[in-house]
Design a protein around this ligand. Sequence first.
Ligand code: C2O
Length: 597
Amino acid sequence: MTSLYLSCATTNTAISATPSSHPRPLLPKPSHSHFITHAKLTNRLHHVSCSSTPQNQNDETKKPTAKVVDRRNMLVGMGGLYGATTLASTPSAAANPIQAPELNKCGTATNLNNGEKLDINCCPPISDRIIDYKLPPVFQMKIRPSAHRVSPEYMFKFNTAIDRMKRLPKDDPRNFMQQANIHCAYCNGAYDQPGQGTLDLQIHNSWLFFPFHRWYLYFYERILGKLIGDPTFALPFWNWDNPKGMTMPPMFVDPKSSLYDKKRNQEHLPPAVVDLGLTNSTDTLQVVANNLTIMYSEMIRGNSDANDFMGQAYREGDESSAKAAGSSERGSHTSVHAWVGDFKDQPSGEDMGNFYSAGRDPLFYSHHANVDRMWTLWQYFLPSNKVPDKRITDTDFLNTAFLFYDENAQLVRVTVKDCLDNLRMGYDFERIDLPWLDYRPPRQSARAKINRASSTAAPKAAALFPLTLDGVVRFQVDKTKKGKADESLVLEDIKVDTTKLLKFDVFVNDEDDNPGELDKAAYLGTYAQVPHKSANNNSSTSSIKLKLTELYDDMDIDDDDTIVVTLVPRHQGPVLPLVVSRLSRIHRNRLPVVLDH
Ligand code: C2O
């Protein structure tokens, strides 16, 4: 049983240029073409509402509660218009960073799929000696290579290293399965937040996503290097953001290799092209165009602040099931998991398609090496006018701690603040073109004006919320102000069953009804999640915020009164309903994300 709650809102953004002066020797130079055209968007404040219905003072009392929706029961409910809400979590004076888990209290991890409960023991060996980790001085930069471009010698080394990892004693924390279990324990409910009762610790769907996985790969890489006596060994990245890297990298699909995993979608072996939109389109060229558009959207077009990309704040005492992933996590990251995992023959999409098992596929670490590369690119190489400040300096973020075993099987405590700069951690990435960097969709002025007839045919959003969405749905959203405004559409209170693969795309003023095509100005963004277990009966409530500013420009609809939003579900299998529950308005100055300038 699955339901999604959505709402829409707008933000007002003050934009200022904050140049990054970080020295980055290897990655490509940023392209400046984007912000020359958009430098004019400065310091504007606009109020735009989602609906013509006036706000009701007593909205809070009418806030709908999460409803369980039967799959066959595709109801469209009624809802109201709600006032400003807190999209990101409110910084509370009493908040603290999430503490490192207590290994001796590690419990059973679980997953559910179609009612089948899986109990998984993925707890690590216990050690009572924990060292606070200090980054060692960097004498030689490790360069992570593109997995499609590596030499036979490199493949041999990598293969040997993974093979040795698999042969380590089962209870050695550096053993291959032990390493895979790290992901399971941190993602499927094995740990509680220390001192917070049975509140789950979850490192996805929040600002911890990038830092946790960066540390995870950091030690994984060092362990592999140690096992082959090569401290310069660097993990390969799966370059799925470049057409030349959009198939599974060849070295992972040789059944005789230690890099092979049979629990993968057999239809997606090379030469199948990765489908970052999960559109199931059979038109390969269209899929490549979609992929580049998605990358441009999640890296550049859709983000107006650091949390839009990184994910929402997640502090001690917070319900992990009420957090929201950033654009990259829920976009390309989720799609690659789902595309590689086997949802046909495995109960829960194993291995890559479920968090508890994802780390059992060696391809996981190359997938995440590219996810990590996206973080670096975003931090240091993308136009800084799109997001005024990319740093999150909230101490609850910086002081969050995790535990890992290092290459010497020593248990170490690490913190987020020590992983913000990959160069300080001693690694960089091979320089590869970024074809998505300039992949802004073509202007669509001529057909962008949704014609009067179809615009009035679509119901007002306010009349639909809460909405159970069993297929494509379309509704009108009013703008209160004409002209150029920095606005975001916020889909809020998205209530999902976390054990399901769920995805939907959002379009604005899209008239052609060809949802297999994402490479157009009307494509606004995506919600998606990888199946996993969570607290709260495997349900979670999250939100997404999608910046509209560039879309308005590309479609020349600054001066319209109304936009028409289309939601297109993408998940495979039986149609799962979506519930659109409420509308809200969010003002920039109420977003409680603390950004230091
Ligand atoms: Cu921790 Cu890609 O997932």
